[in-house]
Design a protein around this ligand. Sequence first.
Ligand SMILES: Cc1cc2nc3c(=O)[nH]c(=O)nc-3n(C[C@H](O)[C@H](O)[C@H](O)COP(=O)(O)OP(=O)(O)OC[C@H]3O[C@@H](n4cnc5c(N)ncnc54)[C@H](O)[C@@H]3O)c2cc1C
Length: 405
Amino acid sequence: MSHSHKKKVIIVGGGAAGFFTAINIAEKHPHYEVLVLEKTNKLLSKVKVSGGGRCNVTNARQQPSELTPFYPRGGKKLYTVFKEFSTADMVRWLGDRGVKTHTEADLRMFPTSNSSQTIIDCFTGEAARLGVKVIQNCGVKHIEATEHQWSLVTSQGPMIADKLIIATGSAPSVWGFLSQLGLDLVPPVPSLFTFNIKDLRISGLMGTSFSEVNIRITGTKLEEAGPMLITHWGLSGPAVLKLSAWGARELAEKNYHFHILVNYLGKESNAEVRQWFDQQKQDHPKRKVLNYPPGELTRRFWEQLCKYCEIAEEDNFGEITKKQVNKLTEELTQGLYEVKGKSTFKEEFVTSGGVALSEVDLKTFEARNFPNLYLAGEVLDIDALTGGFNFQACWSAGWVISEHI
Ligand SMILES: Cc1cc2nc3c(=O)[nH]c(=O)nc-3n(C[C@H](O)[C@H](O)[C@H](O)COP(=O)(O)OP(=O)(O)OC[C@H]3O[C@@H](n4cnc5c(N)ncnc54)[C@H](O)[C@@H]3O)c2cc1C
């Protein structure tokens, strides 16, 4: 067959999802001509900065049922997608191409080189080996279905595709032509942000961390446990980021103004903490309260909280009043804080929203109402917590498309 008779697959977006999809299609379907169009002069730029430059490429959890709980948008619908191409498959895929990976204690996986460039080199090398054409500085401005093909308006002129894959990430710039087609779009809201809090109890304590806290957002069902960190602007750390992801839409509706209840001692109940104070009174009445924080709280944080509860430096456990114990207990197990605004979490900021999942058949990632149009990656209303899950959603989608196209 001559070159010109090859069916043409165009992939819009030279990011994680676009490259992975292109490579796998080219490998499995050598009779297709595969073309990647990238708006900017950079390829895989988010992969480059991901994971602090190390690229948290996937996660060591392997079962689909272990993975889906990490996706606030997507969730159980992704079960069959992960069944077809899971994290272990990605590890094998990379290994087969000479990229070794390793797992950290929290189950995040990175290339053993600890450099995102290793992933970029692998992807660009594979694309070149398989004859994938990549055109940079080529933004797609409009798409239209003709009888059996798709016609594109790009910054480098018109193009025709037999199969069209949209992998443009979270930028809403393509939403215009996608919604013009009639695709249902879920408006974008940020996910994975930290809470801005101005409060005497935490001011000046940036860098202070807590190994396990519990945070509830009042007036909602949102509740999360995990490590927490005091920053210059307020509160951050896994427990906060998880809340921001699950509450992305609800908290946007509140305009990022809400109240949280913090239990600094994780699962410890009010009664258990009160009991702890009673024990101290009994066993160590002469000990100075400020010198003996409960649990794993740091001295600095505990001193500040004691002062806030009007405990003097010389006060010992034997002396503090019932009222003071009540106040301390409340501050420890259900400290009420006002959140006013959010800050971006630079490590792994994502946008929730995008093309509604109901628009695609997740067995193929083809648009239900538009034959030969596929969507992959963050352009879809799929997003996850930190840990390599966002990339895995790209890898799994790309693989599934390449299997069924
Ligand atoms: C700082 C940072 C760190 C991160 N770290 C991690 C991590 O360690 N692990 C993890 O799992 N996730 C991480 N994420 C999330 C992850 O980067 C994204 O989920 C992922 O990149 C989404 O891939 P994508 O291919 O859908 O979109 P992108 O990677 O954003 O790629 C989309 C591409 O499409 C191009 N494009 C857009 N519009 C057009 C158009 N009209 N025409 C042509 N091209 C177009 C864009 O220029 C871009 O190159 C991180 C995110 C950030 C911001």
